[in-house]
Design a protein around this ligand. Sequence first.
Ligand SMILES: CC(C)(COP(=O)(O)OP(=O)(O)OC[C@H]1O[C@@H](n2cnc3c(N)ncnc32)[C@H](O)[C@@H]1OP(=O)(O)O)[C@@H](O)C(=O)NCCC(=O)NCCS
Length: 196
Amino acid sequence: MKIAELSDDIVIRRIATPDDASRWRGGFIGAYQTVFTGFPYFERWFPSEAEGVYKKLLATPENVTLLATRGETQVVGFGVAIPIAFKPDVATSLTGLVSVRHTFYLAELGVLEPWRGKGIGRALVRERIRLIDDTRYTHVVLRVSMNHNPSSEMYKAMGFEEMGVYMDVSAMRTDGKVTTDRRMFLSKVLSQVSLD
Ligand SMILES: CC(C)(COP(=O)(O)OP(=O)(O)OC[C@H]1O[C@@H](n2cnc3c(N)ncnc32)[C@H](O)[C@@H]1OP(=O)(O)O)[C@@H](O)C(=O)NCCC(=O)NCCS
């Protein structure tokens, strides 16, 4: 389903049917591997693992899975959001700070390097947030790497604030070593809660 059209023939699509899922699977796997193999994550991802991420996110109830596509098969970016209740390790870290039932989590965001700086990342964030049901969800949270990372500036410019909560994430790096990097949580209010 087309969500928005950007310059350079980029189309933001929501993956919501099995046909869409299989059509864009290969493009997602390639883009996901390429983005997270590079700065600032340097993670090692096998195609089967990236495919597992794709399937798991698409099987998550209420997922908002957006791809920035070009032409019939090319995926140049991705942005996914899910209810935080389906991301238990993150929900546990934020217990007492946000309502698990009423919070959405921005799970993945990436744009291939040659396509960065053209507004695709911002569009993926903006459209993901727009598609969250703000009558049921009051907050959206995410975590960013604390290594120098342009995404935290982008999120702050879009109204996200630091929560003062951090999480260490272990991952296999491209050099074959498992190391941890520190992620910081940011949050944004989606709606005012009705108290009646
Ligand atoms: C973060 C990321 C998705 C941004 O994508 P993008 O398409 O370049 O984003 P945009 O073009 O919409 O730019 C958004 C902001 O990013 C920053 N930015 C973009 N390109 C930049 C660059 N080359 N150098 C420094 N900052 C840059 C700017 O602050 C920009 O704000 P502006 O619109 O006010 O200029 C992309 O850099 C990426 O995939 N990074 C690696 C993966 C990652 O860090 N994911 C985030 C996980 S939370």
